[in-house]
Write a protein of this length. Structure first.
Length: 128
């Protein structure tokens, strides 16, 4: 329940930020855009009034297809990103993350011709 509320609030913040920045919704082009969050943000149970997740800010991710890396992007302060891609199937994961605590992809996405595919992914910080 708390997670659902956080996602709703995060979505509203993203929409408000786009409007206040003078950006128009995606209408043309081919690629993907979205928001990446991370949770949990602290060890132990979620505390009342504390968010269970937060935007994964200023983090670089790589985009790969069956032939290898084709693009990369870095999230902004609100965990948002946008990148142009040719139509196809891709896997997205945090740059340089191979082993250890946490899960930062791979996330799979299909990009269609003439469309911006919108995604919302949540990474697992591994904090317990």
């Amino acid at each position: 329940m708390v997670f659902r509320k956080v996602l709703i609030v995060l979505g509203l913040v993203v929409m408000a930020t786009r409007v206040s920045a003078g950006q128009t919704p995606s209408g043309s082009g081919t690629g993907m855009e979205g928001v990446i969050t991370i949770s949990p943000t602290q060890p132990g149970p979620t505390r009342a009034g504390a968010p269970g997740s937060q935007p994964l800010a200023n983090t670089t991710f790589v985009v790969e297809n069956e032939k290898g890396e084709v693009a990369s992007f870095t999230t902004d302060e609100q965990g948002r990103f946008r990148t142009s891609l040719a139509p196809g199937h891709y896997k997205v994961s945090m740059q340089g993350k191979r082993r250890g605590i946490g899960h930062y992809g791979p996330f799979e996405v299909d990009v269609m011709t003439g469309q911006i595919t919108r995604v919302q992914w949540e990474c697992d910080s591994g904090i317990r």
